[in-house]
Design a binder for this molecule. Sequence first.
Ligand code: A2P
Length: 310
Amino acid sequence: MKKMHFMNGDRFPQIGLGTWLSKTTEVYDAVIEAIGAGYRHIDCAYIYKNEKEIGEALQHAFSTGLVSREEMFITSKLWNNFHAPQDVEKAIRISLENLKLDYLDLYLIHWPLAFRQEQARSTGDLVSLEEIPLTSTWKSMEAVKKSGLTKHIGVSNFNIPKLKDLIANSEIKPEVNQIELHPYLQQNELVRFCQDNSILVTAYSPLGSHHLTDNENSILLHPVIKEIARKHHCTEAQVALAWGIQRSTAVIPKSVNYKRIHENIGTEKIQLDDKDMESILTLNRNHRNAKAMFAVFPGGPYTLESIWDE
Ligand code: A2P
């Protein structure tokens, strides 16, 4: 398994199993199959509402000796309604209980957004970043790392200005930034900034979440990707993942399908050459799937521009 490393030498397996939109009825089997196939990294989040089933699968894998806890790398994320400093420990404990673990390997602030309740339905449900600054949430993230509830801490969906602010105002720097990355959203400047600042990068939606897009926006149907797949005798999905791996990001493709779970980890064997990497570089079109995930409330404290570098 290809690995990246944290500053203290801990390993960060480069291919992980994504679990966003994995159904509660399917994710148990997917996790067992993935561990059997060699996955050692599972990406979870409180808001995916399937941590309990993932926890049951992990419990089964540990108790039957399929894998040990120490061999696995498990991530979860702080949801937007737990940003108040006094709520962070409560939130990580809920995920730990769901996952049946006594520590996480990585805990991330899921979004640079704070909500008054789990789902924000109107402007009134949003909390401004003046009211709960991200730096105050981060102080509590530092505390849960210090108390051993998680080995590493990081953020997700943070742009360069937000990272700079956190770096300047923290004792423990963010160790990971998990962001949407695929050939149609390459974010080269942000990836470079993270890597220059020793922040490991995880690519979510590494297949472009092609199930959410129309054919025109499916990277798996692009002729350049198809041609590279033909050349390497691999699938288009493997080309997209190999590209992510070769630019030193972790990739967390979601799948509940056994064949695709194996296919995705099989990417480890594929080596793209410089010409392939250069061709893929030209495909960037700043196509952001995550945009569709948030309604932006007119007159509220958040705009898309405040979240992303746009
Ligand atoms: P499924 O779970 O049925 O395999 P992303 O991680 O970019 O969001 O992509 C996840 C989507 O891509 C899911 O719909 C998943 O469906 C599908 N998927 C996962 N692996 C592959 C693959 N190797 N080829 C095609 N589609 C895939």
